[in-house]
Design a protein around this ligand. Structure first.
Ligand code: AP5
Length: 199
């Protein structure tokens, strides 16, 4: 990535599949000064017949994470584009990252680029509730990884094994837990409470 004077002020939206990262990130992006970037969307925008698009489809349709180096390089490329086109001003804006970093190695690779002000942990206490949300979403969005029960279960497995350890990477005082099982508006209220004063 093009070197920047200071790391980007960043909020991480973290949680299991279906916990509402994309939903909350999208709402936050309507607030001036907050810029939302979803790694899942970043991958889904790729041309599916491009080399990287094929790599994404290969891993995501198995419910697995895309390799870290490819993922972080694509993220760097996106950040360069956002900065170059004035959609993200590192001096003024706060970056809302949803889905990335996704494991401790990614957190390490990104450490020099992001200054994590808060990690909002959308804590899903009931996996079945999240699975039901993904099933509902499968009816109106064409996401291949939502269509198959085995793939959904594998995504939860990856989350438990690979992603959850990220909670040990960041200091406890930067982590703010929100009950993801509430209604969207209640989750939003709690997310905002976690952010007020932090950014
Ligand atoms: P990604 O797109 O990040 O998928 P995910 O983590 O499985 O998350 P989801 O999009 O399923 O859930 P979400 O938490 O965003 O919930 P949402 O708000 O949409 O990643 C997909 C794949 O890309 C990965 O498997 C991997 O292959 C690859 N990938 C991505 N990032 C990567 C990385 N960093 N490294 C490597 N690989 C990577 O909500 C879900 C549904 O529930 C929606 O329909 C919504 O309307 C509804 N909903 C939301 N909140 C509520 C609520 N409070 N009450 C009721 N319904 C709700």
């Amino acid at each position: 990535m093009t070197p920047h004077e200071n790391p980007f002020r960043t909020v991480l939206l973290f949680g299991a599949p279906g916990s509402g990262k994309g939903t909350q990130g999208h709402i936050l992006s309507g607030i001036p000064g907050l810029v939302h970037l979803s790694s899942g969307e970043m991958f889904r925008e790729l041309d599916p017949v491009s080399d990287l698009g094929k790599v994404f489809l290969d891993f995501s349709t198995r419910g697995e994470l895309v390799p870290d180096d490819v993922t972080v390089r694509l993220w760097e490329h996106h950040m360069d584009k956002l900065v170059a086109t004035n959609r993200f001003d590192p001096r003024k804006d706060t970056l809302i990252l949803d889905g990335i970093p996704r494991n401790a190695p990614q957190a390490k690779l990104m450490e020099e680029y992001i200054d994590v002000a808060k990690l909002i942990y959308l804590e899903a206490k009931n996996e079945e509730q999240m699975v039901a949300r993904l099933h509902r979403r499968a009816l109106h969005e064409n996401r291949l990884d939502d269509a198959n029960e085995d793939v959904i279960r594998q995504r939860f497995h990856e989350y438990d094994a690979e992603s959850k350890p990220i909670l040990d990477f960041y200091s406890k005082d930067r982590i703010y837990s929100v009950d993801a099982g509430q209604t969207p508006i209640e989750v939003m209220r709690d997310v905002l409470n976690g952010l007020i004063g932090a950014i």
